[in-house]
Ligand binder design. Structure first.
Ligand code: SF4
Length: 260
């Protein structure tokens, strides 16, 4: 087998992980893995060279093994402490007033995607829970942030104000006349923080969104990194200092939005 083909199989397989992994779609990984290498095996078989096809398959399998093992070390499984924290957050939700309320809402749907355009920008995402009742919409957003000294209200105003108005606008664009957006911080689940928007506020909300978009388009963007937001970020400590940015003087941070 020529060395160039072996290099192409290895490079294609590594590249397939590099391309598929950031999308976070599990099915994409094997699909791209296969696309990167199968043509070489099929070519060998088409030439009636079974031995060559097997050698190519072994090179591919070895590359898969190395990539998968490296990734498993880079993204290790949850630790016992993390599992305990996750279990705590889940039970905090299950015992909360909001859980009772959501459970009683017929048609409440989890993970509802939304997308709309504003000022030439496509805004899209997913609502943790959406419930529609005629012209009324309820959006629930769960947060697993470590609150430290901040109150949920302060954190929402600081980091999620824009997200909240985007959720409201998404529902108004879908025909709602009243939108209730509820944030629940699972570390302190009760009371959840509720804001109700009415259709009469749409112009005001859109103006605030336009302002935010304009600032970003001007390149004015203030990151608000934290241990939570930056956890798992692929550029942490490579091109970005992450949470340590917060320790720098305020003037050195460009402008003002949440990231991550
Ligand atoms: S790029 Fe954003 S999420 Fe990533 S480490 Fe920097 S501040 Fe954190």
């Amino acid at each position: 087998m020529d060395a160039l083909t072996a290099v192409l199989i290895v490079a294609g397989t590594v590249a397939s992980y590099a391309i598929a992994w950031p999308f976070g779609v599990p099915l994409l990984v094997p699909v791209l893995n296969t696309a990167a290498s199968f043509p070489f095996m099929v070519l060998a078989l088409a030439r009636g060279d079974l031995r060559l096809a097997i050698v190519r398959m072994l090179i591919w399998a070895m590359t898969l093994g190395v990539c998968a093992t490296s990734l498993s070390y880079r993204y290790p499984a949850a630790t016992d402490d993390e599992l305990e924290r996750i279990a705590g957050l889940v039970s905090a939700y299950c015992e909360s007033e909001l859980a009772l309320r959501v459970a009683s809402l017929e048609g409440a749907a989890p993970e509802r995607p939304f997308a709309f355009e504003h000022d030439g920008v496509l805004l899209h995402g997913r609502l943790d829970v959406l419930h529609r009742d005629g012209l009324r919409a309820l959006v629930v957003d769960y947060k697993t942030n470590v609150l430290e000294d901040a109150s949920p209200e302060e954190l929402i105003e600081r980091d999620y104000r824009l997200q909240r108005l985007v959720y409201a606008l998404a529902c108004f664009r879908a025909g709602a006349d009243e939108v209730e957006v509820v944030y629940q911080f699972l570390e302190r689940p009760d009371p959840a923080v509720t804001t109700i928007f009415h259709r009469s506020e749409v112009a005001e909300l859109e103006a605030e969104l336009s302002e935010a978009i304009a600032r970003i388009q001007e390149g004015i963007f203030k990151p608000t990194p934290s241990e939570f937001i930056c956890a798992g970020c692929p550029v942490l400590d490579i091109v970005c200092a992450g949470p340590r940015l917060r320790q720098q003087p305020e003037a050195s941070i460009p402008a003002e939005f949440a990231v991550g």
